[in-house]
Design a protein around this ligand. Structure first.
Ligand SMILES: [Zn+2]
Length: 260
């Protein structure tokens, strides 16, 4: 599967902008205007705006972690644009507080549906447009975010909700963690051919994001907690029965936290 630096989605060109060690910032281009998701580094965004000769029409923030919001003050100091984000005092510069069920409308862009997807952080949002969703640190290639705030069950429900989107949905996440996640997935499901195939495809080191949901269903063990092979492997590890997929998920996430 190709992992293009620019993905056409709903009439937009979505550009992948690497930042820091393993972050991806996302720039959604419509003609000569752009929205950006999680601008952790303003210099990366400004360089892209110059490269494509476009102006900044808005900023979308998924959650408060510094590598997602660090560029907001510098960008809003030099670009007059709205900042959409959750109502969270840890996020400076939000001009339009958004939450579950809201629809963001910016001239020239398709409607953007706002989802509240707690678990990684309490106020984490995802942004959905036709055929794609920007998930921040909730879902990663073959993995998921850590639970820093709230309950394991929060992240489980958030992931289940994303997993219910159509198979061909493009997932835009904020970190390149796919290879390490696949290595862990292969420990959980050593007989899963989809995991082995994905490892082979990614062996050349090329970026793995965005990816389509259908591949996650096949190879992301955190979306496969209802599978008997996953349940039995995790139950064997924790030496107790796990009745519900949410229990499997919690034990699996804790295992991953300490896996080397
Ligand atoms: Zn985060």
């Amino acid at each position: 599967m190709p992992n293009p630096a620019c993905t056409p989605i709903a009439g937009l060109d979505v550009h992948r902008l690497p930042a820091f060690a393993d972050n991806y910032l996302w720039l959604l281009q419509s003609g000569t205007r752009a929205l950006v998701v999680d601008p952790g580094d303003a210099d990366v965004i400004d360089a892209a705006l110059r490269r494509y000769e476009i102006t900044l029409a808005g900023i979308l923030v998924t959650h408060h972690h510094p590598d997602h919001i660090g560029g907001v003050p510098a960008l809003t100091a030099t670009h007059a644009c709205p900042v959409f984000g959750p109502g969270d005092t840890r996020i400076p510069g939000v001009t339009t507080v958004t939450g579950e069920g809201d629809v963001i409308r910016v001239d020239g862009f398709p409607d953007i549906a706002v989802w509240h997807v707690p678990g990684h952080t309490r106020t984490h949002l995802a942004y959905a447009i036709s055929g794609a969703i920007f998930v921040g640190d909730v879902l990663f290639g073959a993995g998921c975010g850590r639970v820093f705030e709230g309950e394991m069950s929060d992240l489980f429900r958030s992931l289940q909700r994303i997993a219910a989107l159509p198979n061909d949905t493009w997932i835009f996440c904020a970190h390149e963690y796919t290879r390490a996640n696949l290595a862990f997935a292969a420990v959980i499901e050593p007989d899963n051919a989809a995991i082995a195939e994905r490892q082979a495809v990614l062996a050349d080191g090329a970026p793995s994001v965005p990816f389509r949901l259908v591949g996650e269903r096949a190879s992301n063990v955190f979306l496969r907690c209802d599978q008997p092979a996953v349940r039995e492997r995790v139950a064997d590890h924790v030496q107790r029965p796990l009745a519900h997929p949410a229990d499997v998920f919690a034990a699996l996430r804790q295992w991953k936290n300490v896996h080397v």
